[in-house]
Design a binder for this molecule. Structure first.
Ligand code: RFL
Length: 396
């Protein structure tokens, strides 16, 4: 049977491209504030609800959700305030300081995204259009922007006031900005992490470990699972890492022969890199989250930076709509970028320290000793203990 093609044109206030953690959070806030918005997402709902990534919502983001009266509904997990740092098997528990009495929470990105979907779509009748394709942005000076997209029923046009580009690094929002407007700042660390999702819960504290054989981390991903990260070569691929090799390396790097093999659900390589695009806006288009910046997973901050952007952008849109004052929108990029750079600094320091302290092949023995001295400072000095909270506080 031939499908009838139905071409439409509609108006809304904010078109959001991408129903990841930033797009869904932004839409939920706008919907709660009575500002019309539509999300366009190229995947289906089931795919997005099962995509496994981050595991901790930091204290700043917890406070943001509390301010919107959404923390209890969206963030299910217990507080996350310790990390077990290990150097060749010697373990120290690091207490992550609270921020104004608020702690980070264990809440997987998958859980947060699922809860956001239920709140936005099922409870607030939010408009999320899945399975769209051929999304094209028209954002010319002096004209209300338009977003054209296709779905199974035909080609459609959304005329809006603002566009939020929440479609991550490979989306179309950033690439719709004319050449020469954005500057790309990037740093390649020169190694990768093998990310393996396993059927073995974190039994003590989340672990970040340095050993002479390279770095390993174990982070919680729900009550029965954890994500292991193993430093590896940029030229490796997942086939180089059969399950037995993964478990042998985990035992070796954690100095713990008692660890048992368990089911490995998925494994893939993440090349470690830091990227920032600036400015994070062009006319009526605003870039949010991974569309504008990437941090290496060592820092566990990518999702939290995306939520920071949403916090600033949602307040700026509210001000523009309620008070007819676009000054905060005009300053969006200038407001957000110092915080992003602050976290890039944190991510680079953490990543260098954790890798240089173990791996001699990158920078040699001198830098290994420097990195180990830094790690000891982190364990022993009160000032260093405040490092985490200072970064967390950022440029509030
Ligand atoms: P998302 O969550 O990737 O969502 C982008 C959405 O846009 C859609 N999309 C499009 N839709 C319509 N049209 C198009 N042309 C489109 N192109 C793309 C996509 O389908 C998707 O649904 O980006 P967002 O919202 O910017 O959020 C960023 C975070 O997801 C990301 O920073 C974190 O996951 C990073 N990250 C971690 N962050 C942390 O804070 N702590 C962690 O421990 C942590 N671990 C991780 C991570 C990311 C990882 N990977 C693989 C990327 C671990 C891993 C393995």
């Amino acid at each position: 049977m031939k499908t009838v093609q139905n071409n439409t044109s509609e108006e809304t206030t904010v078109t959001i491209i991408g129903a990841g953690v930033s797009g869904l959070t932004l839409a939920t806030f706008l919907q709660k504030a009575g500002i019309a918005c539509i999300i366009l997402e190229r995947r289906d709902r089931a795919y997005i609800e099962t995509r496994q990534r981050a595991g901790v919502v930091d204290a700043r983001a917890v406070r943001m959700f509390e301010q919107w009266d959404l923390a209890d509904k969206l963030l299910a997990g217990p507080v996350a305030n310790t990390i077990d740092y290990r150097l060749n098997g010697d373990s120290r528990i690091f207490n992550i300081p609270e921020e104004d009495g608020i702690s980070s929470r264990f809440c997987t990105q998958q859980m947060l995204v699922g809860n956001l979907m239920r709140e936005l779509i099922d409870n607030m009748a939010g408009d999320v259009r899945f399975d769209v394709s051929e999304v094209v942005i028209h954002n010319e000076d002096g004209v209300r922007p338009k977003v054209i997209y296709s779905d199974a029923s035909g080609s459609h046009e959304l005329v809006c006031d603002y566009i939020a580009g929440c479609d991550a690094d490979r989306g179309i929002s950033r690439t719709s900005i004319p050449d020469g407007v954005l500057t790309k700042y990037t740093h390649e660390f020169g190694y990768a992490w093998l990310a393996a999702l396993v059927e073995a819960p974190v039994t003590g504290h989340p672990i970040m470990a340095v050993s002479d054989h390279g770095c390993v981390a174990q982070l919680p991903r729900g009550p029965h699972r954890s994500r292991y990260y193993l430093q590896c070569s940029l030229s490796d691929n997942a086939e180089d890492w059969p399950d037995d090799r993964i478990w042998n390396e985990i035992r070796l790097r954690l100095n713990d022969e008692t660890i048992q093999n368990a089911v490995v659900h998925d494994k893939f390589l993440v090349p470690l890199r830091s990227v920032v695009y600036a400015p994070m806006q062009y006319l009526n288009l605003f870039l949010v989250g991974d569309a504008a910046h990437l941090v290496p997973p060592t820092s566990a901050k990518g999702m939290n930076l995306a939520l920071y952007d949403v916090d600033i952008l949602s307040q700026a849109i509210l001000k523009a709509m309620r008070d007819k004052d676009e000054s905060s929108l005009k300053n969006y990029s200038e407001t957000v970028l110092p915080h992003i750079w602050n976290y890039q600094d944190f991510a680079v320091s953490m990543t260098d320290m954790m890798h240089d302290a173990g791996d001699l092949t990158q920078k040699g023995t001198f830098h290994q000793q420097i990195a180990r001295a830094r790690l000891n400072n982190l364990f022993n000095s009160k000032t260093a203990a405040h490092l985490h909270s200072e970064y967390q506080r950022g440029t509030n």
